[in-house]
Design a protein around this ligand. Structure first.
Ligand code: DX5
Ligand code: ZN
Length: 240
Protein backbone atom coordinates (compact mmCIF):
# COMPACT_ATOMS: atom_id res chain seq x y z
CA UNK A 1 0.00 0.00 0.00
CA UNK A 2 1.30 3.45 -0.91
CA UNK A 3 1.73 5.84 2.03
CA UNK A 4 -0.20 9.10 2.13
CA UNK A 5 1.63 12.41 2.06
CA UNK A 6 1.23 13.88 5.52
CA UNK A 7 -0.95 16.81 6.53
CA UNK A 8 0.39 20.38 6.18
CA UNK A 9 3.02 21.01 8.87
CA UNK A 10 6.70 21.72 9.19
CA UNK A 11 8.43 18.45 8.38
CA UNK A 12 11.67 16.78 9.37
CA UNK A 13 13.27 14.47 6.81
CA UNK A 14 16.20 12.44 8.18
CA UNK A 15 18.69 11.65 5.41
CA UNK A 16 19.74 8.02 5.59
CA UNK A 17 23.09 8.92 4.02
CA UNK A 18 24.49 9.22 7.57
CA UNK A 19 22.69 6.12 8.89
CA UNK A 20 24.38 2.78 9.51
CA UNK A 21 23.83 1.02 6.15
CA UNK A 22 24.48 -2.35 7.75
CA UNK A 23 21.30 -1.86 9.77
CA UNK A 24 19.33 0.28 7.34
CA UNK A 25 15.91 -1.18 8.16
CA UNK A 26 16.43 -0.66 11.90
CA UNK A 27 17.77 2.84 11.37
CA UNK A 28 14.74 3.83 9.31
CA UNK A 29 12.41 2.35 11.92
CA UNK A 30 14.28 4.26 14.63
CA UNK A 31 13.91 7.51 12.68
CA UNK A 32 10.20 6.78 12.20
CA UNK A 33 9.72 6.08 15.92
CA UNK A 34 11.65 9.26 16.72
CA UNK A 35 9.07 11.34 14.83
CA UNK A 36 10.41 11.71 11.28
CA UNK A 37 7.92 12.95 8.67
CA UNK A 38 9.73 11.84 5.50
CA UNK A 39 12.69 9.55 4.89
CA UNK A 40 15.16 11.40 2.66
CA UNK A 41 17.06 9.11 0.29
CA UNK A 42 20.16 10.46 -1.46
CA UNK A 43 20.94 8.89 -4.84
CA UNK A 44 24.40 9.69 -6.25
CA UNK A 45 25.95 8.46 -9.50
CA UNK A 46 29.63 9.43 -9.31
CA UNK A 47 29.15 11.86 -12.22
CA UNK A 48 26.83 14.63 -11.10
CA UNK A 49 28.47 14.43 -7.67
CA UNK A 50 31.80 12.87 -6.63
CA UNK A 51 30.22 9.98 -4.72
CA UNK A 52 28.12 6.87 -5.39
CA UNK A 53 25.31 5.65 -3.14
CA UNK A 54 22.25 3.58 -3.97
CA UNK A 55 19.80 2.75 -6.74
CA UNK A 56 16.13 1.77 -7.17
CA UNK A 57 16.73 -1.54 -5.38
CA UNK A 58 17.56 0.28 -2.14
CA UNK A 59 14.42 2.40 -2.51
CA UNK A 60 12.41 -0.80 -2.93
CA UNK A 61 13.93 -2.20 0.28
CA UNK A 62 13.16 1.03 2.14
CA UNK A 63 9.60 0.95 0.80
CA UNK A 64 9.10 -2.35 2.62
CA UNK A 65 10.66 -0.98 5.84
CA UNK A 66 8.48 2.09 6.46
CA UNK A 67 5.08 3.61 5.70
CA UNK A 68 6.62 7.11 5.76
CA UNK A 69 6.83 9.00 2.46
CA UNK A 70 10.13 8.35 0.68
CA UNK A 71 11.66 11.65 -0.40
CA UNK A 72 14.11 10.59 -3.09
CA UNK A 73 16.78 13.16 -4.04
CA UNK A 74 18.39 12.30 -7.38
CA UNK A 75 21.91 13.68 -7.65
CA UNK A 76 22.48 11.99 -11.00
CA UNK A 77 23.11 13.10 -14.55
CA UNK A 78 20.27 12.66 -17.02
CA UNK A 79 17.74 11.55 -14.39
CA UNK A 80 15.05 11.06 -17.08
CA UNK A 81 16.47 7.58 -17.75
CA UNK A 82 15.59 6.42 -14.24
CA UNK A 83 12.37 8.23 -13.26
CA UNK A 84 10.14 5.23 -13.88
CA UNK A 85 12.47 2.85 -12.01
CA UNK A 86 12.52 5.01 -8.89
CA UNK A 87 8.76 5.62 -8.94
CA UNK A 88 8.06 1.91 -9.42
CA UNK A 89 10.46 1.19 -6.55
CA UNK A 90 8.28 3.31 -4.26
CA UNK A 91 9.50 6.94 -4.36
CA UNK A 92 6.69 9.26 -3.23
CA UNK A 93 8.58 12.47 -3.95
CA UNK A 94 11.15 12.42 -6.74
CA UNK A 95 13.49 15.41 -6.94
CA UNK A 96 15.80 16.16 -9.85
CA UNK A 97 18.53 18.78 -10.08
CA UNK A 98 17.91 21.69 -12.41
CA UNK A 99 21.62 21.47 -13.40
CA UNK A 100 21.18 17.85 -14.55
CA UNK A 101 18.13 18.09 -16.80
CA UNK A 102 17.68 19.73 -20.19
CA UNK A 103 13.88 20.05 -20.32
CA UNK A 104 12.84 20.65 -16.73
CA UNK A 105 9.14 21.18 -17.40
CA UNK A 106 8.93 17.91 -19.34
CA UNK A 107 10.74 16.02 -16.56
CA UNK A 108 8.48 17.40 -13.81
CA UNK A 109 5.35 16.58 -15.81
CA UNK A 110 6.57 13.05 -16.43
CA UNK A 111 7.15 12.48 -12.69
CA UNK A 112 3.63 13.69 -11.93
CA UNK A 113 2.06 11.67 -14.71
CA UNK A 114 3.72 8.57 -13.29
CA UNK A 115 2.06 9.25 -9.91
CA UNK A 116 4.78 10.77 -7.71
CA UNK A 117 5.24 14.30 -6.43
CA UNK A 118 7.76 16.26 -8.50
CA UNK A 119 10.63 18.11 -6.86
CA UNK A 120 13.36 20.30 -8.29
CA UNK A 121 16.64 21.09 -6.56
CA UNK A 122 19.38 23.63 -7.11
CA UNK A 123 23.02 23.73 -6.06
CA UNK A 124 24.36 26.56 -3.90
CA UNK A 125 25.95 28.31 -6.90
CA UNK A 126 22.79 28.15 -9.04
CA UNK A 127 20.55 31.18 -9.21
CA UNK A 128 16.86 30.96 -8.37
CA UNK A 129 15.91 32.57 -11.66
CA UNK A 130 16.78 29.44 -13.67
CA UNK A 131 14.05 27.40 -12.04
CA UNK A 132 11.43 30.06 -11.41
CA UNK A 133 9.53 29.43 -14.67
CA UNK A 134 9.15 25.75 -13.76
CA UNK A 135 8.09 26.17 -10.14
CA UNK A 136 4.44 26.54 -11.02
CA UNK A 137 4.55 22.87 -12.04
CA UNK A 138 6.58 21.54 -9.10
CA UNK A 139 5.32 20.08 -5.84
CA UNK A 140 8.57 20.70 -3.98
CA UNK A 141 11.67 22.86 -4.36
CA UNK A 142 14.86 21.75 -2.63
CA UNK A 143 17.49 24.37 -1.82
CA UNK A 144 20.95 22.88 -1.26
CA UNK A 145 22.87 24.50 1.57
CA UNK A 146 26.02 22.41 0.91
CA UNK A 147 27.55 21.30 -2.38
CA UNK A 148 25.89 17.91 -2.85
CA UNK A 149 27.92 14.72 -2.60
CA UNK A 150 28.57 14.02 1.05
CA UNK A 151 26.94 14.06 4.46
CA UNK A 152 28.45 15.96 7.36
CA UNK A 153 29.44 19.15 5.53
CA UNK A 154 29.16 22.68 6.91
CA UNK A 155 25.96 24.66 6.24
CA UNK A 156 26.67 27.60 3.87
CA UNK A 157 25.16 30.64 5.67
CA UNK A 158 24.95 32.79 2.53
CA UNK A 159 22.13 30.47 1.38
CA UNK A 160 19.77 31.99 3.98
CA UNK A 161 18.87 35.06 1.85
CA UNK A 162 18.23 32.71 -1.09
CA UNK A 163 15.73 30.72 1.03
CA UNK A 164 14.08 33.97 2.19
CA UNK A 165 13.76 35.22 -1.40
CA UNK A 166 12.27 31.93 -2.56
CA UNK A 167 9.80 31.94 0.36
CA UNK A 168 8.64 35.43 -0.61
CA UNK A 169 8.22 34.45 -4.27
CA UNK A 170 6.26 31.29 -3.40
CA UNK A 171 3.93 33.23 -1.11
CA UNK A 172 3.46 36.12 -3.55
CA UNK A 173 2.64 33.82 -6.45
CA UNK A 174 0.45 31.58 -4.31
CA UNK A 175 2.22 28.42 -5.51
CA UNK A 176 1.32 25.24 -3.65
CA UNK A 177 4.72 23.69 -3.16
CA UNK A 178 6.94 22.77 -0.24
CA UNK A 179 10.24 24.54 0.32
CA UNK A 180 12.78 21.98 1.46
CA UNK A 181 16.33 22.73 2.63
CA UNK A 182 19.18 20.19 2.64
CA UNK A 183 22.74 20.24 3.91
CA UNK A 184 24.43 20.89 7.24
CA UNK A 185 21.19 21.31 9.21
CA UNK A 186 21.50 20.59 12.92
CA UNK A 187 19.77 21.55 16.18
CA UNK A 188 22.10 24.57 16.41
CA UNK A 189 21.09 26.20 13.10
CA UNK A 190 17.64 24.76 12.25
CA UNK A 191 15.98 27.83 13.82
CA UNK A 192 17.65 30.13 11.27
CA UNK A 193 16.48 27.91 8.42
CA UNK A 194 12.94 27.95 9.84
CA UNK A 195 13.05 31.73 10.14
CA UNK A 196 14.13 31.99 6.50
CA UNK A 197 10.93 30.15 5.53
CA UNK A 198 11.62 26.43 5.01
CA UNK A 199 8.79 23.89 5.23
CA UNK A 200 10.85 20.68 5.15
CA UNK A 201 14.20 20.23 6.92
CA UNK A 202 16.56 17.48 5.74
CA UNK A 203 19.14 16.40 8.29
CA UNK A 204 21.57 13.51 8.00
CA UNK A 205 24.49 13.71 10.41
CA UNK A 206 22.49 16.17 12.55
CA UNK A 207 20.19 13.25 13.47
CA UNK A 208 21.97 9.96 12.74
CA UNK A 209 25.23 11.02 14.39
CA UNK A 210 23.45 11.82 17.66
CA UNK A 211 22.77 9.30 20.45
CA UNK A 212 19.06 9.86 20.84
CA UNK A 213 17.16 10.47 17.57
CA UNK A 214 13.86 11.21 19.35
CA UNK A 215 15.45 13.81 21.61
CA UNK A 216 17.20 15.44 18.65
CA UNK A 217 14.04 15.61 16.53
CA UNK A 218 12.01 16.96 19.45
CA UNK A 219 14.60 19.69 20.02
CA UNK A 220 14.60 20.48 16.28
CA UNK A 221 10.82 20.88 16.39
CA UNK A 222 11.10 23.24 19.37
CA UNK A 223 13.62 25.38 17.49
CA UNK A 224 11.44 25.39 14.36
CA UNK A 225 8.37 26.42 16.32
CA UNK A 226 10.22 29.16 18.15
CA UNK A 227 11.38 30.63 14.84
CA UNK A 228 8.27 30.24 12.68
CA UNK A 229 5.54 32.78 12.01
CA UNK A 230 2.04 31.56 12.76
CA UNK A 231 0.95 31.18 9.09
CA UNK A 232 0.62 27.47 8.17
CA UNK A 233 3.04 26.03 5.58
CA UNK A 234 1.74 25.36 2.10
CA UNK A 235 1.35 21.75 1.21
CA UNK A 236 1.78 20.04 -2.14
CA UNK A 237 -1.12 18.68 -4.10
CA UNK A 238 -2.28 15.27 -2.99
CA UNK A 239 -1.17 12.19 -4.91
CA UNK A 240 -3.40 11.32 -7.78
C1 DX5 B 1 24.15 15.96 0.39
C2 DX5 B 1 22.84 15.26 0.55
C3 DX5 B 1 22.21 15.52 1.87
C4 DX5 B 1 23.01 14.98 3.02
C5 DX5 B 1 22.72 15.80 4.22
O1 DX5 B 1 24.66 15.74 -0.86
O2 DX5 B 1 21.92 15.66 -0.44
O3 DX5 B 1 20.87 15.02 1.93
O4 DX5 B 1 22.74 13.65 3.32
O5 DX5 B 1 23.57 15.40 5.23
P1 DX5 B 1 23.97 16.40 6.38
O6 DX5 B 1 22.71 16.77 7.08
O7 DX5 B 1 24.91 15.61 7.24
O8 DX5 B 1 24.62 17.59 5.72
ZN1 ZN C 1 19.72 15.15 -0.09
Amino acid sequence: MKPKILEPKKKIAPSILSADFGRLGEEVKAAEDAGADYIHVDIMDGHFVPNITAGPQTVETLRRSTPLPLDVHLMIQNPDRFLVDFINAGADILTVHVEAVVHLHRTLMEIKERGALAGVSLNPATSLCVLEPALEYADLVLVMTVNPGFGGQEFIPSMLPKIEELRRTIDQRGWKLELEVDGGIKVENIGQVAKAGADVFVSGSGIFKTDDYAKTIAEMRRQIQRNTKSSPPRTPRARR
